[in-house]
Design a binder for this molecule. Structure first.
Ligand SMILES: Cc1cc2nc3c(=O)[nH]c(=O)nc-3n(C[C@H](O)[C@H](O)[C@H](O)COP(=O)(O)OP(=O)(O)OC[C@H]3O[C@@H](n4cnc5c(N)ncnc54)[C@H](O)[C@@H]3O)c2cc1C
Length: 375
């Protein structure tokens, strides 16, 4: 009997496994694949982390805890996991992106600077900005390296005694008063509690418990562009991470070149799929709108990407996370922390999952991430 079994060892599960092992719990992590891998939500080499959180000020304490935990993980693993680049939220002054980030900055005392279009272009020469747009600049934003983060969490968890079973799929779950029984492709496992961190596969796992939740899996594509000339204006150091509200509630984002080209994509606007049915090939229809927006805002990038990839979002109805113990299966802690913006928080969410499963009080208020809010 394990204290806790963590199902899914991507961004969230690997972090949960580490924090459970660090607390001395008898813990096993199980994954169908061998994380990090390219079939879920946590590949593509870079992720944005930002503090002046446009989505809602209530995310700020969580991201602050995540920054501290990433930094501790970096120190413990000796692996570089984060690069500070600063961040730029660009759009119309009253748009959701800039005004949301400004509200978080105001409410949580985050040091930001507001620039007009000319100010943005003179600060960041690679950018071409529409007249009337404004840019909110924050210093603490930057880039996380997601595959390395997973590797670091798993390696340290193993070092602390966690068992890891990759290439092992959970096929069925049965929960009772004394715990959960997991039927896997490598045999049965019993645990007092489980952390369910199965990303785009979560609906399948919830169905094993007869629990349903409205989760939508959305196909996304990302693209890497070389610079068209020899300049270094697209590199980290010259360009911040950026998000641009180019039309109301439509967001394009880019991550500066850290050695493999400028990375760009469109946030949401993808097809609803399943991890089985999704087309994992990038098509011309995927590339064309990203090329157009890149040409418009970052004209020194090459006209076509050198590489593209398909990735998956798992969206809740309100695009906020679920981090909660399930009412109908009280031995199960569910982590559905995606909706396209979850990675940056993984180091903090893993810690909260450990607290929830070991009956500690979570150090942060997670009431707004309750599963019950959709009832
Ligand atoms: C294109 C793209 C860009 C993004 N950009 C950002 C960003 O810039 N900043 C940010 O903060 N967030 C970003 N996100 C969101 C972020 O990447 C996700 O929130 C995060 O990766 C979700 O991790 P996860 O652990 O929930 O899922 P995953 O990493 O997909 O892990 C789920 C794991 O569960 C395993 N699994 C599934 N079913 C079973 C089973 N039956 N048995 C055993 N194992 C199973 C899978 O093999 C997988 O390893 C982005 C996402 C995408 C797709």
């Amino acid at each position: 009997m394990y204290d806790v079994a963590v199902v899914g060892l991507g961004a969230m599960g690997s972090a949960a496994l580490y924090h459970l092992a660090a607390r001395g719990a008898r813990v096993v992590g199980i994954d169908t694949n061998t994380p990090p891998h390219t079939l879920g939500s946590t590949h593509g080499r870079t992720r944005i982390i930002r503090e002046a959180y446009a989505e809602h000020p209530s995310y700020v304490p969580l991201v602050r805890r995540a920054y501290a935990n990433w930094s501790a993980l970096e120190a413990a693993s000796g692996i570089t996991l984060f690069r500070r680049t600063g961040g730029l939220m660009l759009g119309p002054p009253g748009g959701a992106l800039v005004s949301g980030a400004a509200e978080s900055a105001r409410e949580r005392s985050i040091d930001v600077e507001l620039l007009d279009a000319d100010g943005v272009m003179s600060r960041f020469p690679a950018l071409h900005v529409d007249a009337g747009m404004v840019g909110l600049v924050e210093k603490s934003a930057g880039i996380l390296f997601p595959e390395r983060c997973i590797e670091a969490h798993l390696a340290l968890a193993r070092g602390l005694g966690a068992e890891v079973q990759c290439q092992t799929q959970v096929m069925a779950l049965a929960h009772g008063a004394d715990g959960v029984r997991l039927m896997t492709t490598n045999g049965a496992i019993s645990a007092r509690k489980i952390v369910m961190a199965t990303g785009p596969w979560t609906s399948e796992l919830l169905a094993m418990l007869d629990v349903s939740m409205a989760l939508e899996v959305e196909r996304q594509t990302v693209h890497w562009f070389d610079a068209s000339g020899n300049g270094d204006v697209l590199t980290a150091g010259k360009l911040p991470i950026l998000m641009i509200e180019h039309e109301p509630n439509r967001v394009y984002y880019a991550i500066p070149d850290v050695g493999d080209g400028l990375k760009a994509g469109i946030h949401h606007e993808g097809a609803t799929v399943t991890p089985v049915s999704v087309n994992r090939e990038v098509t011309a229809t995927d590339v064309e709108p990203v090329e157009r927006l890149t040409r418009r805002f970052l004209p020194s990038a090459a006209a076509t990407p050198r590489e593209s990839a398909v990735c998956l979002y798992t969206n809740t109805l309100d695009e906020n996370f679920v981090i909660d113990t399930l009412t109908d299966a009280p031995n199960v802690v569910l982590l559905s922390a995606c909706s396209g913006h979850g990675f940056k928080f993984a180091s903090a969410i893993g810690e909260i999952a450990a607290q929830l499963t070991l009956d500690e009080s979570p150090a942060l208020d997670i009431s707004h991430f309750s599963a019950g809010r959709f009832n």
